[in-house]
Design a protein around this ligand. Sequence first.
Ligand code: ADP
Ligand code: MG
Length: 342
Amino acid sequence: MTIEILPAQLANQIAAGEVVERPASVVKELVENSLDAGATSIKIDIEKGGAKRIRISDNGKGIVKDELILALSRHATSKIKNLNDLEGINSLGFRGEALASISSVARLTLTSKPHEQDSAWQACAQGRDMDVAINPAAHSDGTTIDVLDLFFNTPARRKFMRTEKTEFSHIEEVIKRIALARFDVAFTLTHNQKVVRQYRLATTASQQAKRVAQVCGQAFIDNALQVDCQHDGLSLTGWIANPQFNRKQNDLCYSYVNDRMMRDKLINHAIRQSYHDMLPDNTYPAFVLFLTLDVRDVDVNVHPAKHEVRFHQGRYVHDFIYSVCHQALMNALQLPQYEHEG
Ligand code: ADP
Ligand code: MG
């Protein structure tokens, strides 16, 4: 065989394999883009578990007409410029792959109106070379990305989609996770035209507790200890449930690093350890915890989907999380014991 450069669409479809696993991964990428654009209100409309439609509308800063083509191109990003930026990522995205990947495996249209631009423009990329057509459109300030017929041209992927209900439950989970991270943003999630979740802006502590209850259940917040500790460049805030409120599944394990949702072994391990033997065997703790540290002390460029991070001082971070949570649990335990003795 001769060596040839792959057509753009095929190259993008290959890249899509890494980031676009199922409808929920599309939702995650697009909502993260809206957050990076500074949106304070994001609407997520889903039809048929995302297989038919995923539409995300935001009131963020938008994309100027001249950059619509770039936004749909691979390796095109406004978020980093050089290696130095890569070592201190402040945004959720930086790989410049999501829109190109998604538009290679679905019918994607991007409509946007930056505040300073008089009218909106719409773009979609099609065909083997991903040629982009641009047309005038109607849209208020912000961006809407409409993704129809996910995986219509990649049958192998389409085969892996589960039932409408299962795919939607994954989408719901993504929205819950993001809603917990961003109290300063309102989210509305609809499925087949029905509002399924609505999170209003939560600025006060009680509004925030209410949002946590909306996501994790009132029982979680009723049984949760608040954590708020800063030490030497590390900060840990959030809620951990007392040991009695343990779970048979790890369904209420929400951890974030610099507002990015995580499934991180080191964090989960540190939290688990902090409960020592207060948790029965085969149960999981429930928590919503936000770790904040200097972006230069953590590497987010570990996995394309960015579920994992690498801490430059892993042991130190682990011990910090462990001791803050353990202390909170011990303090909570001590109060009733003390009253007993008295
Ligand atoms: P990345 O997020 O890694 O930069 P994407 O492919 O997800 O790559 O997006 C490409 C670019 O398109 C972004 O860098 C951003 O400039 C622009 N963009 C995407 N979505 C939005 C949005 N909702 N609002 C404003 N700009 C957006
Ligand atoms: Mg992105």
